[in-house]
Design a protein. Sequence first.
Length: 232
Amino acid sequence: LISYQVSVLGSLNSTLKVTLSDKDGHSVASSTGPSGVLKVMDVSLWWPYLMHESPGYLYSMEVHMTTASEGSVCEDVYALPVGIRTVQVTNTQFLINSKPFYFHGVNKHEDADIRGKGLDWPLIVKDFNLLKWLGANSFRTSHYPYAEEILQMADRHGIVVIDECPGVGIADIRSFGNASLSHHLVVMDELVRRDKNHASVVMWSVANEPAAEMPPAGFYFKKGHGVVMVTS
């Protein structure tokens, strides 16, 4: 079962149809309205690299909107790659699709010695080839949100992602002030809203190496955890 919710801004007279298609373009489930549940029979699960013979299986969710206004009809279509998988955490294991998953990967960065920092498709392809060459199955977006194109590649290749907000340098008591917390919560909300539909993203990192032993840290990071739970 896939629960969905679509937000439509600027029009109260719109109709929505949501269709889920497999890799071959065959419709496997559909529904109408801004929210609902899609029931997929004989589902192909999204699996991490090296856990299945066909990792990174993605469906395509297509939202077709029709809006009528003053005698004219406007249509728009938005397509989103969707992977179907489950994540569970026990006292001793991290499970993906009810199977134990061991994070074997790296702390990644977006820059490279060839062109510096920025989106570069050839280098992205090279990085993912290197990850597979290493036998890695995951990476952390140290220490900031990455370009969506990198997460899309992770979805397609079955590379698991720990998605990190730019919370770096929270190292002294001044870092836990109200101004910092207010901005931190906004950034976490934006990060989760943008990336929550990526099958590759299984964990959110609220900060990189913070001074978690300081007295305000408990209250501070519980606030961040609350934003993640509400937004996701």
